[in-house]
Ligand binder design. Structure first.
Ligand code: DSN
Length: 428
C-alpha cells in the first residue's frame, strides 16, 4: 500500500489529480517542462534531510561527506555544459540567482538596465514592484516598434546616456536570438558589467542551438527547469574573478541551507543535457515552434517579431477581438494551457493583455513532432473562434485528452533512452 495514500489520502488524491491534469492537457506554457524520472527520483531523495550551509569542503555542519561530492559533481557538470569558469548551483530559483548577482555586483541605488517587462523582460530585471526596481535605479530598454526586436544601436545609446553599473540581457517573452556578443561588447566599451539571464533558453544554449553568453558576460544566471528540463531551481555561472563574491552573495548573503536534493537533481539533469540525445530534443523543440508559427500564420494569426528563433513565440490577438486573458481562459476550457502575454506597446493592462505566449518544450518532451503541430494549431484556432461556446470547448477538450493519451509523459520510449544514457554516462 502506498504510504502517502494511506496516511494522507486528501493530499495523495490532489497529486493524482495533478498527474491526470498533466497527462491529459496540452501544455504550451513556454517556461514549463516535464523533467526526467531520474531527476524526480533525485529530487525526492533523502538528501532533503541534510543541512549543508557553506560549500564543498567548507560547511557549517558535520556529516557533509556525501553531499560535498554531490555538489562538486553538479558544479563540474554545469561548468562543462556551459563552458563556464565558475558555477554556483545553490540558488533556489531564478529570482534568487539574479538577486545574488545584484548583491555581489552592485550597491543599493546603483543603476541597472534591463529589457522592460512589457516588451518581454522579467520582473527581476528592474521592474518597479520587484526588489530589482526598488533597491536599484532601473532603466528599461525596449524593442523596436517596427521589427519588435531589440534595437542594439538604441540600446547602446541608452547605455552611453545612463551609464548603468549593470546591463541585464535575457527575457521571458522574446522569440528572437539574443546577440550576447554585441551586448558584451557594448557593456565593455562603456565600463558596464554584463549579466545574461538565460533562464528560458538554457537548454538551447547547452545544445549549442543559441549563442552561449559565458564568453562575453561577467555573470550568467539561469533556471534549471525550463528548456533545460531539470528540477525547479536556479544557477549562476561567472568568470573566476567573481567566484568568491558570487558564492558569498548566495550564502551568507541571500540564502541559508542549500536544497541538496535539488542540487543532486540538477547534477542528473546536467549529465543528461551533455548527451547527443538532449541536443536532438532541443532541435525538435525549435522545429516544433517554427512549425506551430507557420500553422498559426496560415490561420491568419499575427506573430510578434514575425516568428521565432527559439522555443517560444507571442501571438498578437488584438485583431481577433479577444484579449489575452479571455484567450487563456477559453484555451484552458479546451484542455490547452498557455499564458497570456503583453505584446510590445500593448494597449491593454498587464492583467488583461493582447496576446498569448506559446512554447513547445513540454509538448516536445512528450514526443510530439512537426506533423502534430497542425492539429495543435487547429485546436487553438477553433477554441479562440468559439471562446464563448462552452459546449464546443468541452468537445475540443475531449479530443485533446484522447490525443494526449497517445503521447504519455512518463511511460514512453525516450524516457527509457534517458535511462540508457544514465547507465552509459553515470555508472562507472
Ligand atoms: N515565470 C517565468 C515564466 O513563465 O517565464 C519566468 O520566471
Amino acid at each position: 500500500m502506498n504510504s502517502l495514500k494511506m496516511h494522507d489520502p486528501i493530499l495523495f488524491s490532489l497529486l493524482e489529480k495533478e498527474a491526470a491534469r498533466q497527462e491529459g492537457e496540452l501544455n504550451l506554457i513556454a517556461s514549463e517542462n516535464y523533467t526526467w524520472p531520474e531527476v524526480l527520483q533525485a529530487n525526492a531523495s533523502l538528501l532533503t534531510n541534510k543541512y549543508a550551509e557553506g560549500y564543498p569542503g567548507k560547511r557549517y555542519y558535520g556529516g557533509c561527506t556525501f553531499v560535498d561530492e554531490v555538489e562538486t559533481i553538479a558544479i563540474e557538470r554545469a561548468k562543462e555544459l556551459f563552458a563556464a569558469e565558475h558555477a554556483n548551483v545553490q540558488p533556489h530559483a531564478g529570482s534568487q540567482a539574479n538577486m545574488a548577482v545584484y548583491f555581489a555586483a552592485l550597491q543599493p541605488g546603483d543603476t541597472i538596465m534591463g529589457l522592460s517587462l512589457s516588451h518581454g523582460g522579467h520582473l527581476t530585471h528592474g521592474h518597479s514592484v520587484n526588489f530589482s526596481g526598488t533597491q536599484y535605479k532601473s532603466i528599461s530598454y525596449g524593442v523596436d516598434k517596427e521589427t519588435e526586436c531589440i534595437d542594439y544601436d538604441n540600446l547602446e545609446r541608452m547605455v552611453e546616456e545612463h551609464k548603468p553599473r549593470l546591463l541585464v540581457a535575457g527575457a521571458s517573452a522574446y522569440s528572437r536570438t539574443l546577440d550576447f556578443k554585441r551586448l558584451g561588447h557594448i557593456a565593455k566599451a562603456h565600463g558596464t558589467l554584463f549579466m545574461a539571464d538565460i533562464a528560458h533558453i538554457a537548454g538551447l544554449v547547452a545544445a549549442k542551438l543559441h549563442p552561449n553568453p559565458t564568453e562575453y558576460a561577467d555573470f550568467v544566471t539561469s533556471t534549471t527547469h525550463k528548456t533545460l528540463r531539470g528540477p525547479r531551481g536556479g544557477l549562476i555561472l561567472s568568470k573566476n574573478e567573481y567566484a568568491e563574491k558570487i558564492d558569498r552573495a548566495i550564502m551568507p548573503g541571500t540564502q541559508g541551507g542549500p536544497f541538496m536534493h535539488t542540487i543532486a537533481a540538477k547534477a542528473v539533469a546536467f549529465a543528461i543535457a551533455l548527451t547527443p540525445e538532449f541536443k536532438a530534443y532541443q532541435k525538435r523543440i525549435l522545429e516544433n515552434a517554427q512549425a506551430l508559427v507557420t500553422e498559426l500564420k496560415n490561420r491568419h494569426y499575427r506573430i510578434v517579431a514575425d516568428g521565432t528563433d527559439n522555443h517560444l513565440f507571442i501571438v498578437d490577438l488584438s485583431s481577433k477581438g479577444i484579449t489575452g486573458r479571455a484567450a487563456e481562459a477559453a484555451l484552458e476550457k479546451a484542455g490547452i494551457a498557455v499564458s497570456r502575454s503583453c505584446i510590445p506597446h500593448d494597449t491593454q493592462k498587464p492583467w488583461i493583455t493582447s496576446g498569448i505566449r506559446i512554447g513547445t518544450p513540454a509538448i516536445t518532451a512528450r514526443g510530439m513532432n512537426v506533423p502534430e503541430m497542425a492539429t495543435v494549431a487547429e485546436w487553438i484556432d477553433q477554441a479562440l473562434l468559439n471562446a464563448e461556446d462552452d459546449k464546443k470547448l468541452r468537445a475540443i477538450k475531449q479530443e485533446v485528452e484522447h490525443f494526449c493519451a497517445l503521447f504519455p509523459i512518463y511511460t514512453q520510449p525516450h524516457h527509457m533512452s534517458a535511462q540508457t544514457v544514465l547507465d552509459k554516462q553515470l555508472v562507472p
